[in-house]
Design a protein around this ligand. Structure first.
Ligand code: GLU
Length: 320
């Protein structure tokens, strides 16, 4: 670089550093996703893309990878994130002070809307010989990183099948992108994951090795599902992943977008309005969002709606 170019660059940098902030600077908004191979990160990224396209003058959205549902709820409680994604069962437990939040309900947790359904899954390679949940005894199984939503689902399934995670399996707590790779590399025999379909976290191993998806539909699972409003029995349709040419019965939760009661009504209103006014664009941005519709997006939420969201839903006549 010539001396002159260098001086110009330095002058520009100094100018930027000392320049007074613009009067109407865009507000920074952090949106927590989860593992980079999951669907939550796509929720955070794609909604951020919409906001940075249509509301650029007012907001600067950044979608961030995180540890998952539990991490997002806790980060939102602390005010570190403005929005995040969390499973509907975690949304309920956090607001009501259960499970990870036993005795310390997150009373400032607010719901914005629901996104896609997520299925609880147990994925293995065909060559492990695992064909049913009981077969994971003695195997190396990822039950989800602390901070993820899936970890609690895995623990429920293990309990229902009478498997002790500390004694009967070699339980791992890997982040999902590491677990998907470890399954392919044969460092892991199976992983639990709760995610929308299709997810790169399963597509990637399915294209590298022959995978098998294990049914999670015992009488015990069905009775747990019947006892909780945020669970439903469902099936992952045959053909969703390479080599899985049979329906996989299991249960599902819903991915919910959450915020803190302290986030301004205006910020929540603007996000909700932009999402619903550009819903076709959001639906087209990822295959897991294909079936989104406003009616279902207002269901399955346990924490109270944020007033900024309610304002928009009332304007649309979707809420009384
Ligand atoms: N359900 C997972 C969790 O709560 C995240 C799945 C995803 O990233 O799409 O941690």
């Amino acid at each position: 670089m010539s001396l002159k170019r260098m001086l110009i660059t330095m002058a520009l940098v100094l100018g930027l550093m000392t320049g007074a902030p613009a009067a109407n600077a865009a507000q920074d908004i952090l949106f927590g996703g989860a593992s980079i191979t999951g669907v939550y990160y796509q929720v955070a990224l794609q909604i951020s893309n919409l906001m940075n396209k249509y509301e650029r003058q007012n907001y600067n959205y950044v979608g961030r990878p995180t540890g998952g549902s539990v991490f997002n709820i806790n980060a939102i409680e602390r005010g570190a994130f403005d929005f995040g994604v969390a499973q509907s069962d975690r949304n309920f437990q956090a607001y009501n002070g259960e499970a990870d939040w036993a005795g310390r309900p997150v009373k400032d947790l607010r719901s914005v809307f629901s996104m896609h359904p997520e299925t609880v899954m147990l994925v293995t390679r065909k060559d492990t010989g695992i064909t049913k949940v009981e077969d994971i005894k003695g195997k190396r199984v990822n039950i989800g990183n602390p901070g993820s939503g899936q970890r609690h689902n895995a623990q429920d399934v293990l309990r229902i099948y009478g498997i002790d995670p500390n004694r009967d399996i070699r339980a791992e707590g890997l982040q999902q992108h590491e677990a998907s790779r470890a399954l392919v590399d044969r460092h892991l025999d199976a992983f639990f994951y709760t995610v929308g379909n299709p997810s790169a976290a399963i597509e990637e191993p399915a294209t590298s090795v022959d995978i098998r998806m294990i049914p999670l539909d015992s009488a015990g699972i069905k009775s747990m599902v019947a006892d909780h409003p945020y669970y439903i029995m469902t099936r992952i349709p045959a053909g969703t992943y390479r080599g899985v040419d049979y329906d996989v019965p299991t249960y599902a939760v819903t991915a919910t977008v959450i915020t803190n009661a302290n986030v301004s009504d205006q910020a929540v209103y603007d996000m909700v309005k932009t999402v619903f006014e550009n819903l076709d664009e959001l639906k087209a941005s990822h295959a897991a969002f294909r079936n989104l519709n406003p009616e279902e997006m207002l269901q399955g939420l346990s924490a109270p709606f944020h007033p900024g969201a309610v304002k928009y839903y009332k304007e649309k006549g979707w809420m009384e």
